[in-house]
Design a binder for this molecule. Structure first.
Ligand SMILES: NC(=O)c1ccc[n+]([C@@H]2O[C@H](COP(=O)([O-])OP(=O)(O)OC[C@H]3O[C@@H](n4cnc5c(N)ncnc54)[C@H](O)[C@@H]3O)[C@@H](O)[C@H]2O)c1
Length: 314
């Protein structure tokens, strides 16, 4: 298949593109090396994709409508995987309008361009944050009601709505994937696990925000499996949770790090506005309809991440 991946130089995008190339798909990547985190790191992530094989590359800012349309006119695609976004809950509290610009306007550009070009399948990367603060039970896809707690989540929830409206207008197959806290090699440097691994490997203390939190941490290989599985399906318009299916408490996460860094130091910080208390995915729909089956436990995933951190120059 000919597949266009937006945000292909990013953490998830670079892993997805490597997998697609390894599976012999023809891949086109669009990324503008946005400075939300170090653009040089994104270039190195793209170098990882190059190791898998050749791909076409556009350095284009997808908030530019005409530039976005041109990419879709240059050649035809069987699917677009839209991963480009401004991520990060904490930053969205400071700069909410940036999220409207990136995560809504840019998504509209991609959806409209894909629809006009007749792309048959659009895959949108959404987030567990669309469920807001709902604790104590696994989250099924129908539990997102718009009562979110951060501008990032609001932009993802809004972007999902735009996905549905353009699906209705153009009739493409739409798959919305709600990722749950993704980690692993090349993990995004603003997120807890990569931050902890980096600080601890440099013998520095880590900061923990709030108490009683838990996250459904999902290893990158499982996320890539979920994205890959959706490419082969024929459902017209479906939303899927792509998680591991288990909430891991901060205490359990820290115990896993302690195995590798027994002298680790931790500084307790107050609760951060915009953060939810717990995430916990119900993945039965993805299991049934996609054959999705995550395999990497938090114990195994942290071990692999720490091994990666110690073995490479980031
Ligand atoms: N990492 C997670 O835990 C997680 C969880 C839920 C959802 N998501 C979503 O998955 C997607 C990928 O996340 P990630 O963690 O890989 O983030 P990332 O920041 O590493 O990747 C996003 C990529 O998009 C690119 N990009 C941003 N704005 C762009 C623009 N205007 N034009 C072209 N490219 C642009 C960036 O340069 C970056 O390479 C995002 O949509 C994110 O919201 C991620």
């Amino acid at each position: 298949m000919r597949i266009l991946v937006t945000g292909g130089a990013g953490f998830i995008g670079s892993h997805v593109c490597s997998r697609l190339i390894n599976e012999n798909h023809e891949v086109t990547i669009v990324d503008n090396f946005d400075p939300y985190y170090d653009p040089d790191r994104k270039r190195r992530q793209l170098d990882q994709v190059k190791r898998a094989g050749d791909f076409h590359f556009y350095k284009v800012d997808l908030t530019d409508k005409e530039a976005c349309q041109k990419i879709f006119k240059d050649q035809s695609y069987d699917a677009v995987i839209h991963l480009a976004a401004l991520p990060g809950v904490a930053y969205s509290v400071k700069e909410p309008l940036a999220y409207v610009h990136y995560d809504i306007e840019m998504t509209i550009n991609v959806l409209k361009s894909a629809g006009e070009a007749g792309v048959p399948h659009v895959i949108f990367s959404s987030s567990s944050s669309v469920y807001g603060n709902q604790e104590g039970r696994p989250l099924t896809e129908d539990m997102a009601d718009g009562k979110v707690v951060s501008p990032y989540a609001a932009s993802k929830f809004g972007a999902e709505s735009f996905c549905h409206s353009f699906q209705h207008i153009y009739g493409f197959r739409l798959s919305i994937l709600r990722f749950f806290t993704v980690y692993g090699p090349w993990g995004r440097p603003d997120m807890a696990i990569p931050k902890f691994a980096d600080l601890l490997s440099n013998r520095l203390p880590i900061e923990v925000f709030g108490s009683g939190t838990a996250r459904d941490y999902t290893y990158i290989d499982d996320i890539v499996d979920g994205v890959y599985a959706v490419l082969g399906q024929n459902h017209l318009n479906e939303t899927f949770n792509i998680g591991y299916g288990e909430p891991v408490t901060m205490e359990r996460l820290l115990k896993n790090f302690e195995k590798f860094y027994p002298d680790m130091e931790m500084v307790q910080k107050p609760w951060r506005t915009g953060d939810v208390v717990q995430t916990w995915s119900d993945i039965s729909k993805a299991k049934t309809l996609l054959g999705y089956k995550p395999t990497v436990s938090i114990e195994e995933g942290i071990e692999r991440t720490v091994r990666w951190m110690n073995s490479c120059t980031k």
